[in-house]
Design a protein around this ligand. Sequence first.
Ligand SMILES: [Zn+2]
Length: 201
Amino acid sequence: MQCQEALPLMHEYLDGSLSRPEALELKKHLVACPSCRERLNELEKMEALIQAAPRPTVPDGLTERIMQALPPAQQKHGWGRWFRSHPAASVAVVFALVMLGSFMSAWNADSELMVRGADLQSVVIQGDTVLVPAGQTVDGNLTVENGKLQVDGDIEGNIVVIDGSVSLASTAHISGQITQIDEAFSWLWFKMSDWATHISQ
Ligand SMILES: [Zn+2]
């Protein structure tokens, strides 16, 4: 007998459903095969553990009554089911869709030059160009949308240029990072991560 033939016989033996000739065959194999002896030993231990474990007492018919009381599973509304089983993710998805909608419309509406920053006193706007003159310091972040940013002076913060360009003179000094965003998608991505930073603070 091969080992792979012995294994199902061991299970039958543990179930008490092994016929006498089969039991003899198995015994012969076990005498000759230490690894199957070891395996049967393990199976017997497991069986004993299962037998010893306390069984939950469920009154007769209770499971059936509960199953019948439950409404039948909805097959039609796949999304609804998904939403119900992933409540946290659903909120995120709906939120992202709502935000996407408002950002896209905001994106289309913004075509005029916009300058944002905590300190705009030293910023000069000439047409569609935002100039930070040499010797001047902008104390904080500076965001320019739909325009050119020309930095000759200092910026103590980050620069974000959305759908525009940035040029730095040799006299320019920027303490933070320069982020240039030219496409609606990356702009959206920036807004999302910006928003995420805000709520995580
Ligand atoms: Zn064996």
